[in-house]
Every structure is written in structure tokens, then in C-alpha cells.
Ligand binder design. Structure first.
Ligand SMILES: [Zn+2]
Length: 388
């Protein structure tokens, strides 16, 4: 269950073995200069208080060589990633991103063989804000749509400025599970080896903690798409406030879609032991979806609506959920935005958020927006997925 969020009281942070605090270094790229930081969208280089309310700072509590922090407009990052060598195959992507960052930080060169911890985090933070903008465009919203507190009048948009949550999204990237496990255990109560997402009910913020220890996630090429998958889950949960779990097929399909927009071959799946980079599936999901449709092994929408846990989706169901979400995103983006707004903003007669009967809500929304039954939806998807 710990891949899902749960409404539990946040446990007091356990005491980690005392370690001496790492020296705070000045970032070589923005030099912690307010004008450069502001140009790069950086609000702060920290140290930042990240995680449970009232916890002592992560630097003191989690032994590692060095923590680097960045806060941007909508996200806070903590990273203990070391230096990395740029993979030859990944050079074009890295150079494109360096070019975007160089617009703000002229000291960033065109080509680099190695990325230091500060530059890695600057790039991750920039990509995080790019993803946030992408998610807002999907929802057809801007920051101006989210008042700091719920208003008595106007549409229901949640309880805060961050898609409906009160505080910024947090991403903690650990270079080792030796810090990821005790950090997440301190608030989830369970020792989870893979990436963990959590909602802090008291402070109304969402976090993902990622252990970048295995060989693939140590590389930025695979790390960011995996983070993006997790952030998609956080953003959708946060939209109009995380008061109930969104439908599994939609939540997972959308996370796959955003992950694959960044790296088509990247795949993250969610399970009981957290969310992990999963290399068991086919590299080309578009071809796989076509094959599933042709063999009539595709899961019907009516069937996908019944999935109440991520573990109810096997690899084929993940592929079909992705393809069916992609279909809605690509063919009718305005209606898809309305669909997400309806699914995430259900209120009861007293105006309280209510996650009951989401299957009926989705069926009604499909009928009202598209004029479709679930079977009509499947038929329209089949035509779309077969097209060359
Ligand atoms: Zn910097």
C-alpha cells in the first residue's frame, strides 16, 4: 500500500546516527547570486527543510557526503547525487538542456564531459518546472486559478496555490538506499526500497523520495523520466487538493504518458514496494498497444475502471491504460482537461470533496463530454490505435 498515499499522522522523525554536517558550498554556476538565481528560476539554494513538519534538517539527519538544495517556484529539491560523466548517447539531450540553462546562467558551457552535483540539480530543477508547466497546460490552468485558500465563491480549485495543495512539491534524490529507507520510514512507518510518494496531511504537501542507487537510475537519462512519472502522480493527486485517490487507470496512464514524452523507452511501474524503473516491458509501447488491440487482448475501459490498486494492472494493462489516456490527450485535449477537472473535484451536497462512485462519475463525464459509453470509447480508441 505504500506506493499509494495514506492519511496517517506523520510520525516523529527517528533519530539517525549523528553525523557531522557537510560544509555548505557555494554553487559554481549561479554563485548564489540573487540576480543569476532569479534568472534561473531558483528561489533558494538552501539548506532547505524538506519532509515532515518539525523534522530537523535533512543534512544533519541523513549521513551522506553532501546534500545540494534548490527551491524553484513550485518545487523543492534535495539531492545527494555525486558527479556524473555524460554518456555519449545522451549528449544531444544534455546539450539541449545546457543551452536552456545557459540562457539564465551564462557560465554554463556548451559542452561538458562531466556534470557536478550542482549542475545536475540545476538541470533537474529546470526540467521539473518544465514538467509543471506541461502539467498545467494539460489541465488548462495557470497559477492564477489557485487561490491560497478555498474561496466561498467561484469554482472549487482545492486549498492552495500548488494545484490545490498548500505547499510546494518536494523531490529528494538519494545516491544510496542507506538514506532513502530511513528517511521515508520516518514518515511512512515502513521500510520501502524503491521510490516512495507521500502526502503530508498536516502541511498539505506532497513528496517523492527516489533512491538513485541502481545503475540505470544513477544516469540522468533514466533518472528524470522516473522522477517525472512520480511527479505526474503527485501533480494529479494534488489537483483540487488530494482528498481521495484518483482512478488508477487514469493516474497511471497519465504518469506513463508524461514519462514517455521525456524518454519514450523509460518505464516506471507502481507496486507494493514503491515505484520502480521497470525494464520488463517492451521498449515500444505504441507498437505493443497496436498488437494488444489486434489480438483483442486489450483491457476494456469498463475493466480498467475496476482497477483499485496499481497491482491490479499487469504490464499489458499498463500499456493499454497509457494508450487510452494518450488517445484522450491527443484527440480532444480540451475535453480531457475538463474530464480531469471533474474526476478530481467531486463535491458532496455539503460541498465537501468526495471520492465515492468515481466509476459512475467517469461514465457520466464520458457521456456528457464525448457522448460515449465505455464501449463507444473502446471502439473509438481501436480506430485511433490501428491508424498508421
Ligand atoms: Zn546554483
Amino acid at each position: 500500500m505504500f506506493a499509494r498515499f495514506a492519511w496517517i499522522a506523520v510520525l516523529a522523525l527517528g533519530s539517525f546516527s549523528a553525523q557531522k554536517k557537510a560544509e555548505v558550498e557555494v554553487c559554481p554556476w549561479c554563485k548564489n547570486d540573487p540576480a543569476l538565481m532569479s534568472a534561473a528560476g531558483v528561489v533558494s539554494h538552501g539548506p532547505l527543510a524538506i519532509g515532515p513538519k518539525g523534522s530537523a534538517d535533512i543534512v544533519a539527519n541523513l549521513p551522506t557526503t553532501q546534500w545540494v538544495f534548490i527551491e524553484t517556484a513550485h518545487l523543492r529539491w534535495a539531492s545527494s547525487l555525486g558527479q556524473t560523466t555524460v554518456d555519449m548517447k545522451d549528449k544531444p539531450r544534455v546539450e539541449r538542456e545546457l543551452a536552456q540553462l545557459r540562457l539564465a546562467l551564462p557560465a554554463v558551457p556548451e559542452k561538458l564531459k562531466k556534470l557536478d552535483p550542482f549542475l545536475r540539480l540545476h538541470l533537474l530543477a529546470m526540467r521539473g518546472e518544465n514538467l509543471y508547466a506541461r502539467f498545467q497546460s494539460l489541465l488548462r490552468v495557470t497559477d492564477a486559478d489557485f487561490p491560497p485558500k478555498r474561496l466561498q465563491t467561484g469554482p472549487y480549485m482545492g486549498n492552495g496555490r500548488f494545484l490545490g495543495e498548500a505547499d510546494k512539491f518536494e523531490v529528494v534524490i538519494h545516491n544510496t538506499r542507506a538514506t532513502h529507507v530511513p528517511f521515508t520510514q520516518s514518515f511512512t512507518g515502513a521500510g520501502v526500497t524503491d521510490s516512495v510518494r507521500w502526502h503530508f496531511g498536516e502541511t498539505h504537501k506532497l513528496i517523492v523520495s527516489v533512491p538513485a542507487e541502481d545503475p540505470d537510475l544513477r544516469q540522468d537519462r533514466w533518472l528524470f523520466p522516473h522522477v517525472a512519472h512520480n511527479l505526474s502522480h503527485l501533480f494529479l493527486c494534488a489537483y483540487k487538493h488530494f482528498s481521495y485517490d484518483p482512478p488508477i487507470w487514469l493516474d497511471e496512464g497519465l504518469a506513463h504518458a508524461l514519462e514517455k514524452e521525456i524518454e519514450p523507452e523509460s518505464n516506471t511501474t507502481d507496486g507494493e514496494e514503491g515505484s520502480l524503473r521497470d525494464t520488463s516491458g517492451p521498449p515500444d509501447w505504441k507498437a505493443a498497444a497496436k498488437r494488444l488491440q489486434a489480438s483483442k487482448k486489450d483491457r476494456s475501459l469498463a475493466d480498467l475502471l475496476h482497477a483499485k490498486e496499481f497491482s491490479a494492472l499487469d504490464m499489458d494493462a499498463n500499456i493499454v491504460a497509457w494508450s487510452k489516456v494518450r488517445f484522450l490527450m491527443d484527440t480532444e485535449p480540451e475535453k480531457f482537461a475538463k474530464f480531469l477537472g471533474l474526476v478530481k473535484g467531486q463535491l458532496d451536497a455539503q460541498g465537501v470533496p468526495n471520492g465515492q462512485k468515481l466509476d459512475d462519475l467517469q461514465r457520466n463525464a464520458l457521456r456528457d463530454l464525448w457522448g460515449w459509453s465505455p464501449a463507444d470509447f473502446d471502439a473509438a480508441w481501436s480506430v485511433w490505435v490501428k491508424a498508421p
